[in-house]
Write a protein that binds this ligand. Structure first.
Ligand SMILES: Nc1nc2c(c(=O)[nH]1)N[C@H]1C(S)=C(S)[C@@H](COP(=O)(O)O)O[C@H]1N2
Ligand SMILES: [Mo]
Length: 496
């Protein structure tokens, strides 16, 4: 082994052992976020919104593994540097480890809901790193060069294997996911699976089903590891500008009775023509019921909700109390919420984008005023209020069609205003009325279809919806940032 490389390897391996120790302890102690996960969350939280948006565009949900991998790579590289220092300047190397541990503690403590254990695990990781470095450097010093090299490589092998086992074991014992999955499976909710309302699905091939199956439902959140909450452990604290502070349990919600509502939720990051939107039946307690029990003071205008993993969201009280089906939901499509969709309890509010309304794994409600806080995405440049904009999407035809009768079809939405009309035009010609499916309320999307007599050639189809206020969708193209995309969805079709 080249003399200059061995110390770097020793350092990286020792840092790896330190990391593995933190993972092992995090698993055994069942902390929510190990230092590596908490650091990954810090990286994500500190990434400016516009850059985060670009990253998510490129790697999608790969942004989380990417953050974790970067954290591990950086720590191993720092370990290598420390390993290099260790040989010649031991004290400096020790000092560097202490500094990195302290920085790590500060960074993980900046995450809400990490608890006091995660920073302490950083210390354990630092101590193990020092011990392993010391051992790797001491062993075989008395032996001759050849022997010492063999001994060194053997020891590196032992530490690496030990680290892998520690990480594996930590993951295995920390597997509280199965515990929560089982608790979820045991739940018997007083809900029934509602039938899809008659006439809501036109059943045109290629058009998104009106009722989105939960497994196909889009998922957006900042959670690196999904918060795992057993229903028995779940609490919602309601405080702030209220007459009576309250803490609710899961059973408290069930005791109040569940209402069902068909609601289409959508993400503000949905591009024109995009699929970050889904429709299902949600079951839960009307949020207004709970706010009335707590007694909201007259000068409050916002609900600041916080999730178990520290994500925050500000919702206008107006939208929660004006009679629409704003729910504190426990059920999605007649089943307990899937873990990824907020189990055991989340919010669903018709008419507002998810980032200002749909808090998953919600555990805290503060009644407050918009002027007194800014929530997770608002801090990152998104608008404080996020009413959903009227939109429409062409799902079929795709790029090609046969001349003659062609079904042009898709979905349109203007939650809580309702879609009044959808029109289609070909090659910038006259707008033509599409036929709308029947929907149970103004809070869901609606399927539409238009029968096109397609002539051979290349054509451009465009769609626009008009909401029930009579306002047609704007042709003006706008980016998703800061409050949702606008513009017409279009499709190029070659007819043969
Ligand atoms: N705890 C938490 N809740 C959250 C988010 C989040 O990042 N964390 N994202 C919100 C956003 S931006 C959207 S669009 C919806 C998406 O809900 P879904 O994943 O169930 O489709 O959840 C909202 N609730
Ligand atoms: Mo979103």
């Amino acid at each position: 082994m080249a003399i200059r490389r061995a110390p770097l390897l020793a350092g990286a391996v020792a840092a790896g052992a330190g990391l593995a120790t933190t993972e092992l302890l995090a698993g055994v102690l069942k902390v929510r976020a190990s230092p590596v996960v908490a650091l990954g969350e810090t990286v994500i939280a500190m990434t400016p919104g516009t850059i985060a948006h670009k990253i998510i565009e490129v790697v999608g949900h790969g942004d989380k593994p990417l953050a974790i991998t970067s954290v591990v790579v950086v720590i191993l590289a720092l370990g290598a540097v420390v390993g290099g220092l260790w040989v010649t300047r031991r004290l400096l190397a020790l000092g560097a480890i202490v500094v990195f541990v302290v920085l790590g503690m500060v960074a993980v403590s900046s995450r809400p809901n990490t608890g006091p254990l995660t920073p302490l695990l950083c210390i354990a990781g630092g101590i193990v790193t020092m011990a392993v470095l010391d051992w790797l450097n001491r062993e075989g010093r008395q032996a001759d060069a050849d022997q010492s090299r063999r001994l060194f490589l053997r020891n590196v092998g032992i530490v690496t294997a030990g680290s892998a086992v520690a990480v594996g074991f930590g993951r295995w014992v920390g597997h509280s996911r199965t515990v929560v999955e089982r608790a979820r499976a045991r739940l018997k909710l007083p809900t029934q699976k509602l039938a899809t309302p008659a006439g809501a699905d036109l059943e045109v091939t290629g058009v998104a089903p009106w009722r989105t199956p939960p497994k196909d439902f889009y998922r957006i959140d900042t959670a690196l590891t999904v918060p795992l909450i057993e229903p028995d452990e779940w609490r919602l604290r309601i405080h702030g500008m209220v007459d009576r502070e309250m803490t609710l349990t899961y059973q408290d919600l069930l005791d109040r009775g569940l209402s069902d509502a068909w609601i289409t939720i959508a993400c503000v990051s949905n591009e024109v023509g995009g699929d970050l939107i889904g429709n299902t039946v949600w079951g839960g307690v009307p949020i207004k019921t709970l706010l009335d029990e707590a007694g909201v003071r007259g000068d409050a205008d916002a609900l600041l909700s916080t999730s178990k993993d520290g994500w925050t969201c500000g919702t206008p009280l107006e939208a929660l109390t004006d009679g629409r089906d704003a729910l504190l939901a426990v059920a999605m499509d007649g089943e307990p919420l899937p873990i990824e969709h907020g189990f055991p309890v989340r919010q669903v509010v018709p008419g507002l984008y998810g980032y200002v309304s749909a808090t998953k794994w919600v555990t805290d409600w503060e009644i407050t005023r918009f002027q007194d806080f800014s929530a997770y995405w608002t801090e990152r440049g998104w608008a404080p209020l996020g009413p959903i904009k009227t939109q429409s999407r062409i799902d079929v035809p795709g790029g090609k069609a046969r001349a003659g009768a062609v079904k042009v079809a898709g979905v349109a939405w203007a939650q809580h205003r309702g879609v009044e009309a959808v029109e289609v035009r070909v090659d910038k010609g006259e707008w033509r009325q599409a036929t709308l499916a029947r929907v149970p309320n103004i809070d869901t999307w609606v399927q539409w279809v238009w029968d096109w007599d397609a002539e051979p050639g290349d054509h451009r189809l465009e769609v626009r919806a008009t909401d029930s206020t009579g306002e047609p969708q704007t042709a003006q193209r706008a980016d998703v940032l800061p409050d949702g995309a606008t513009g017409y969805d279009g499709a190029f079709v070659t007819v043969t």
